[in-house]
Design a protein around this ligand. Structure first.
Ligand code: F6R
Length: 607
């Protein structure tokens, strides 16, 4: 939620800031702004709407020459998207951009108001500018430290002081922040893609640290002003990974990257044998008696597939929790429990808090994370990275399938260690992983079918996804993908559960997407398909060709897609790609902003 950037160098700051913000727009895109320190002193330009509106405004109004600046792209929390509520916020000698939430802002605002200070916006951020200004005489570090001492909540801040025009300051608590190290220029940013076109080297700013950035150098100290020595990090992602590379949308590009990202995630863990899976990340599995998977949204859906796999193969009970529920439900940790947090960004507030809760209780924690060095990755006891590369589209695709792949590897390793599957089955699943990228590649041959189906159904208001077992878990993700980007209401239903209520919604032409990848329950799902078909549903069946008899099922569905078989465990990953394509093309037909769906932001760093 919200992205911040900052620049101090020898070039004009505006183009650098706008470019950086364009790479962070996935974090929020309802307004944007910059503060430039230059020839006209401190100039703030901000505008409601997309970054392009800000760029237009700057172009038409001018006055933004300067080589030092901070910028912001917003996902509104306090105060509607408007010019006035956009960042930067300025008070006295202080201008700030902020990512996070100041939880005690109302209290702070009222005490500052009593002192006669006037506020111009409805935001929580404005109190930060007031507070820093209040404590500022001539020592920026101590002013920032004093202000932070009074703030409760999360923040990554970029700050400019009127009388220190050549420097920017930055600090953080529970929101991500990096400082990019350039040659004669330096940066701050919420995330690596914002600086990737200019440098690969950066520092991770820790909580309780303040960075002072000028074109000539970076100084990091703690809140007492004592210098902190930082280790230079190097981003492995290449710049192309954060560009569209000829695709119309990031989402389509990221869908197509999946053969590569699955390979990158799986191959390094499959070097020798089943015994060697995840050996670098998980040393001893013998004490694991119960697993709690905690995550949000699609990452939680990946967890559901993980539960299916771990329980089936390794016979270890797994509970899957929505992180925002877990953190407040006073969870019961049985002996031998571990907690697995799944998160693409590694910054999701509820997931991070759940991790901290588990750690506080002394429970071993594992994190399946995509962003190296993110808060969750740093705080978990053990990290298993998904090597999906930067994911820019708000709707996750390649990170989700990589998360599922990691959970499947874990299931196989646990099952093998516990001897709950025989050697042959283990080896056969192990071998199937190597052909998974090819199977995913083959799903792209269904692109035209998916386009056609999407065009047929693009005017609908409701859709149902049905399946059993792992297919039901997959349906949750298919449904989320469709609704978040196409704004069509859809629901995932356990196929056998429909008749307990929801089947009343099935009328002529209501689309139902059914998934069958498990032979054991195929006949049962087929019966459920017949039930909806009889009531007029337009049925699309996606099935593993080994699980159904084509002749028998062609009559009960309107569209049939039969996928080549591999290990049944892996089939949901392959089907997921088809469902992603379906959602993508439906959103395109409906004219939706695929990469930036309304009201959403990629990285949910607030509760
Ligand atoms: C949906 C989507 C979200 C995220 C969720 C968790 O397409 O992307 O549901 O999965 O916000 O985000 P991370 O994985 O960053 O913790």
């Amino acid at each position: 939620m919200c992205g911040i950037v900052g620049y101090a160098g020898n070039n004009e700051a505006v183009p650098v800031l706008l470019d950086g913000l364009s790479k962070l727009e996935y974090r929020g895109y309802d307004s944007a702004g910059v503060c430039i320190s230059g020839k006209d002193g401190i100039v703030v330009k901000k505008s409601k709407g997309r970054l392009s509106s800000l760029a237009e405004k700057i172009k038409s109004e001018g006055g933004t020459e300067g080589k030092v600046g901070i910028g912001h792209t917003r996902w509104a929390t306090h105060g509607a998207p408007s010019d006035i509520n956009s960042h930067p916020h300025r008070y006295g000698k202080v201008t700030v951009v902020h990512n996070g939430i100041i939880e005690n802002y109302a209290e702070l605002r009222s005490s500052l108001t009593k002192l006669g200070e006037k506020f111009s916006s409805e935001t929580d951020t404005e109190v930060v500018a007031h507070l820093i200004n209040k404590y500022y005489i001539d020592d920026p570090i101590s002013a920032i430290a004093c202000a932070c001492g009074r703030i409760k909540g999360s923040y990554a801040l970029g700050i400019i002081f009127d009388d220190i025009p050549d420097k920017i300051y930055a600090t953080r608590c529970d929101s991500p922040l990096i400082v990019g190290i350039g040659d004669g220029e330096n940066y701050i940013a919420s995330d690596i893609p914002a600086i990737l076109g200019r440098t690969r080297n950066y520092y991770l700013i820790e909580e309780g640290e303040i960075a002072e950035i000028s074109k000539d150098g970076i100084r990091v100290c703690n809140f007492d002003g004592i210098p902190v020595t930082k280790e230079v990090q190097t981003a492995e992602w290449d710049i192309e990974a954060a560009e569209k590379g000829g695709y119309e949308h990031f989402m389509l590009k990221e869908i197509h990257e999946q053969p590569k990202t699955i390979k990158a995630t799986v191959d390094p863990r499959m070097i020798n044998s089943v015994e060697g899976i995840l050996k670098d990340e998980i040393i001893d599995t013998s004490s694991i008696k119960r697993i709690k998977i905690v995550a949000c949204g699609s990452a939680m859906h990946a967890g559901l597939l993980g539960k299916n796999a771990i329980e089936r193969l390794a016979r270890i009970p797994v509970d899957v929790y929505i992180a925002s529920e877990f953190r407040y439900c006073n969870p019961i940790f049985e002996e031998g429990s571990i907690v697995i947090i799944i998160s693409q960004s590694g910054e999701t507030a509820d997931s991070l808090s759940s991790l901290r809760l588990a750690k506080k209780k002394g429970i071993p924690t594992y994190a399946i994370v995509n962003v190296v060095g993110s808060s969750i990755a740093r705080e978990a006891d053990h990290v298993i990275y998904t090597w999906a590369g930067p994911e820019i589209a708000v709707a996750t695709t390649k990170a989700y399938t990589a998360q599922v792949a990691v959970l499947y590897l874990l299931a196989l390793r646990l099952a093998n260690d516990k001897r709950t599957i025989n050697k042959d089955e283990a080896v056969s699943i192990f071998n199937a992983f190597s052909s998974l990228p090819d199977h995913i590649e083959k799903t792209f041959s269904y692109t035209e079918r998916m386009q056609k189906l999407a065009s047929l159904n693009s005017n609908i208001n409701n859709l149902f996804f049905i399946g059993r077992g792992q297919d039901y878990s997959l349906c949750h993700e298919g449904s989320l993908k469709l609704k978040e980007i196409s704004y069509i209401h859809s629901e995932a239903y356990a196929a056998g559960e429909l008749k307990h209520g929801t089947i009343s919604l099935i009328t002529d032409g209501v689309p139902v997407i059914a998934v069958i990848t498990e032979k054991d329950v195929a006949e049962k799902t087929i019966s459920n398909i017949k039930e909806v078909k009889t009531r007029g549903a337009f049925v699309i069946l996606i099935a593993d060709r080994n699980c159904v008899d084509e002749k028998n099922v062609s009559d009960i569905c309107d569209e049939l897609i039969l996928l080549d078989s591999t290990a049944p465990l892996l089939m949901p990953i392959i089907c997921a790609v088809l469902l992603q394509l379906y959602a993508y093309y439906t959103a395109v037909y409906r004219g939706c902003d695929v990469d930036k769906p309304r009201n959403l932001a990629k990285s949910v760093t607030v509760e």
